[in-house]
Design a protein around this ligand. Sequence first.
Ligand code: DQA
Length: 152
Amino acid sequence: MVRILVIHGPNLNLLGTREPEVYGSTTLSEIDAMLSELAGELGVEVESFQSNHEGAIIDAIHDARGRFDGILLNPGAYTHYSLAIRDAVAAVGLPVVEVHLSNIYQREPFRHRSVIAPVAAGTIAGFGTESYRLGLRALAHLLQGDRAQRRN
Ligand code: DQA
């Protein structure tokens, strides 16, 4: 079965109470529960991880090699400047779908640039918690397509 690692970056542990006008009122554990339910429907397995630390996120990306087929990643503010996370994504070569709750292109100019986007398979932003669900669908589609191709 296709295995997907979900990585939530800094401050996302505070979802539910953090700037609800921007990020909504759903908590991170509710998002993880939604993703587990959708994973069941899609026939994939998901495991979720959250960290406020850049190095821990990099370690999780490295450790995903051989254990997961792809990564659903919300890098939080690291999106905009962490070349180290970008390099980790490029180094492991696993397909990564980048997701954001908010539409980063409608917000402050410093959020308009993602250093992760050029190494991601694709990006989904602006749909609130639905961004995660759309991202999981997109990644599952990509990975299940890969598997079918390898079988043929
Ligand atoms: C975010 C957008 C980032 O700019 C911000 O720093 C976050 C959350 C989002 O999901 O909308 O922490 O990644």
